[in-house]
Write a protein that binds this ligand. Structure first.
Ligand code: FES
Length: 205
């Protein structure tokens, strides 16, 4: 009579393989899930090169008013890749609102004479230092903030975050002020922005 063959996999081994299989499956699922939920999320899983860091023209220093921000709509080109260097999966664009204001709301005296010619290097430096170029996404969970002229503050409708015209945090749950874009002012007063932040990395913008 043939000898009964012993079960080659013990119950403990079977359970162990099940756990390992689940973990592997979960890890392989994360990138597609993140992509489907929000392809603009910048994480190490999706790489850091999703949005090329080219300079885009925003507007002119002559357009920024006194005492309130100007809101620009910017269309950042977007390239979707895995791991920031993998194959290009697609190209698209991402529209963002960019808030631009003068520090403390005051137009610099350089602009008061109405000269719209070209600026010297020192004037460009002064204009650059006087500008705030900010994301409109609240630094708490990313809701769009709004300017309230009667209060002279940005308010977040989601949980009550409050910011100054410079983007500084006044109150509420946000851990910091509004995120600031990398920007530059050119000789003719044009403001250029790139999709890069100088005071932290928002998890969604
Ligand atoms: S998202 Fe703005 S306070 Fe929470």
């Amino acid at each position: 009579m043939a000898e009964l063959q012993k079960d080659p996999v013990t119950r403990g081994q079977f359970l162990f393989m099940g756990v390992v299989g689940s973990l592997v499956g979960a890890v392989m699922t994360i990138p597609p899930v993140v992509f489907v939920l929000n392809p603009t999320i910048k994480t190490n899983l999706l790489g850091q090169s999703d949005i090329p860091d080219d300079w885009l023209e925003l507007g002119s220093v002559f357009e920024i008013p006194s005492g309130e921000p100007k809101v620009y709509r910017v269309e950042f080109p977007q390239e979707q890749t895995y791991n920031g260097g993998g194959p290009l999966l697609g190209e698209d664009s991402m529209i963002q609102a960019v808030l631009v204001s003068w520090k403390e709301g005051e137009i610099p005296s350089i602009l008061e004479n109405g000269d719209q010619g070209s600026f010297s290097t020192s004037e460009i430096e002064e204009l650059t230092q006087d500008l705030n170029v900010m994301s409109n996404h609240c630094a708490h969970l990313g809701c769009p903030v709004r300017w309230f002229p009667d209060r002279g503050e940005f308010l977040c409708p989601c949980h009550g975050g409050i910011y100054t015209i410079n983007g500084g945090l006044i109150g509420g749950p946000p851990p910091q002020g509004l995120y600031k874009y990398a920007y530059e002012v050119r000789e003719d007063g044009a403001i250029y922005v790139k999709h890069e932040f100088t005071n932290g990395e928002p998890w969604v913008v």
